[in-house]
Design a protein around this ligand. Structure first.
Ligand code: GLC
Length: 590
């Protein structure tokens, strides 16, 4: 077990003596453990799999790894249905494996962030089992949100307490057989906790301390804006379709309630007892004007911003996304950038679909829920070019970037998973209307051959065959595998490695100046040098980022670049050294 206490705060920014918290401009790599690497060959990724790939993560050049849930779980929602917040799922390993993984990541200079799921437990959690075995009004039921049903044609209390709909479809209430119903914003297997209950709050403080004492450096807080709700409000609301972005005063009965401020203030007090203080990032889809309540230094310190993520590949929309994200600087928080996670269609596919394609953003889960089949309309090369341009765009912005596993391989969505292999409750609860999020969760390809493209072992001791990956990989994963990309200097993998190295050298203070740019182009510059400022670091000068978004169909004019040293481009320049559409360039101007 390693302890976070007394570790040097300057370890990762590469500038000894710097006192800026490590996470303010960190690049964080999201591992979705079940789909990253499978050490034991059971078809599910595991913690020893992560440990076996630490050198890959270190070579990539990221600063930290965020692990999606690896806690005991029936996997009704990919592990976000947690049976026990203070243990490891036996399918994924043991606490000893966790300690070994954390030690290996730390030894390689990487920080460790774990996902905390405070909105709900699973229905297998000991608390929930106790609640079911206890009568209405009992303390055990008081840890969850139980209410009496309404009388209906089928008898007394036969109707749900309200018409609230779950975010994954269907009613948000489930009957337990004695007239009472419990609330679940997500799947039926994810009963919501009652956060006005002191016991719930104390238990989570213990959970946070448990992982902090095991050496984790920070937390990603799942559905951070959802924990508290005005349940007895009879207003008809729908967890799925009510747009939190429209409400900016805390009056929404489900999301972003004022009571949350106090919860996270208490968490921050705990985090600050560690040296260095623990990092935390809120997953909070709230109105931009309210984000500071989660990202403020007295709160979690960082909140995801999804505006850039939700922008179409269009210069005006991208700029708007950047501007909204930059507002975090005004409140003293660091900005966060992301183009992909385990809830959305992969960027390389999103950006390759025609602009009029029927896509819509899912307001609560941020997912682009309309999953296309093997769409003939998908322009895969265009999608990939834009995803490459997009990653240079986000890495050049002040703040911290969150990359999702497989993004560094330029993976696109696996759109054609057969219905019988789907695992996402979004697919079941919507009765097929949504295909769900499995297409971005297919196990990573590491090699071009083998039964699972190197995700698991090729064979097991004694000659037994390993189990197939829990979601089937398409044949085209061979060409996208790590080994193939390692041998190709033009690959997405090399681009990411190169970009992260260059970024480390030119990373300066968290500020940005917009430069004049023709239509369809974003251009900004930042002082290059140490994050503390102090005028001119190793590089000095200004780091310019020019993004030629181009037209909706990928056409458009080339643009000249500022005079200076070309650091990196996401794709080839033309013969005259001009930047083509769907391409980003970094230039160091003395
Ligand atoms: C978050 C997670 C998502 C999960 C949901 C419920 O939005 O990112 O994967 O389904 O919370 O925990």
């Amino acid at each position: 077990m390693t302890s976070p206490r007394h570790r040097s705060t300057a370890r990762h920014d590469g500038h000894p003596g710097a006192t800026t918290p490590w996470w303010r401009q960190a690049v964080v790599y999201q591992v979705y453990p079940r789909s990253f690497a499978d050490a034991d060959g059971d078809g599910l990724g595991d913690l020893r799999g992560v440990t076996s790939r630490v050198s890959y993560l270190a070579d990539l050049g990221v600063d930290a790894v965020w692990l999606s849930p690896f806690y005991p779980s029936a996997l009704a929602d990919g592990g976000y249905d947690v049976d026990d917040h203070r243990d490891v799922d036996p399918k994924l390993g043991t606490l000893a494996d966790f300690d070994e993984m954390t030690a290996a990541l730390h030894a390689a200079g990487l920080r460790v962030v774990v996902d905390i799921v405070p909105n709900h437990t699973s229905d297998r959690h000991r608390w929930f089992r106790e609640a079911l075995a206890s009568p209405r009004g009992s303390a055990a039921r008081g840890r969850y949100v139980f209410r009496d049903g309404r009388d209906g044609p089928a008898g007394p209390m036969s109707e749900p307490p309200s018409s609230w709909r779950s975010l994954f479809g269907g009613s948000a209430w489930e009957p337990v057989g004695d007239g009472q119903w419990y609330l679940h914003a997500f799947a039926r297997e994810q009963p919501d906790l009652e956060w006005s209950n002191r016991e719930v709050r104390d238990d989570f403080l213990q959970t946070l301390g448990f992982w902090a004492d095991r050496g984790v450096d920070g937390f990603r807080v799942d559905v951070a804006h959802g924990l508290v709700r005005d349940v007895d409000n009879n207003l008809h609301v729908d967890f799925a379709t009510t747009h939190t972005g429209a409400v900016d005063d805390g009056s929404h009965p489900l999301w972003d309630r004022d009571e949350l401020v106090d919860v996270y203030r208490e968490w921050r007090q705990l985090f600050d007892t560690y040296d260095p203080p623990l990092a935390a990032v809120a997953e909070a889809s709230v109105h931009p004007s309210r984000r500071w309540r989660y990202s403020d230094p007295s709160s979690l310190g960082q909140a995801f911003t999804f505006d850039l993520f939700e922008a179409a590949w269009d210069a005006a929309e991208l700029r708007r996304g950047v501007e909204l994200g930059l507002e975090q600087l005004e409140v003293g928080a660091s900005c966060t950038w992301t183009l992909a996670n385990h809830d959305c269609v992969r960027a390389a596919s999103r950006y390759g679909l025609p602009p009029d394609h029927e896509q819509r953003s899912h307001p609560a889960s941020k997912a682009w829920v309309t999953r296309h089949g093997a769409s003939p309309e998908l322009d895969a090369p265009l999608g990939l070019a834009r995803a490459r341009a997009g990653v240079l765009l986000e890495l050049a912005l002040p703040g911290s970037t969150y990359l999702y596993q497989g993004e560094e391989l330029g993976l696109r969505e696996v759109p054609d998973l057969p219905p019988e292999v789907l695992q996402d409750p979004m697919a079941f609860r919507s009765e097929g209307a949504e295909k769900g999020r499995d297409g971005c969760r297919v196990p990573l390809p590491w090699t071009p051959t083998g039964p699972s493209f190197g995700f698991g072992p090729d064979d097991l001791e004694g000659g037994a065959a390993p189990s197939p990956p829990h979601l089937p990989q398409p044949a085209w994963f061979a060409g996208a595998s790590v080994a193939v990309q390692e041998a190709d200097p033009t690959s997405a993998l090399h681009l990411h490695r190169h970009a992260l190295r260059v970024r480390r050298d030119v990373l300066g203070p968290e500020e940005l100046t917009w430069e004049e740019a023709p239509e369809g182009v974003l251009h900004w510059s930042r002082p290059a040098g140490p994050p503390q400022g102090g005028g001119g670091g190793e590089e000095g000068g200004r780091w310019h980022c020019v993004v030629n978004a181009g037209g909706a169909d990928g056409s458009g004019a080339v643009v000249p670049l500022p005079a200076g040293r070309l650091l990196l481009t996401s794709g080839p320049l033309d013969d005259a050294g001009h930047l083509p559409p769907s391409t980003t360039a970094w230039v160091l101007v003395p």
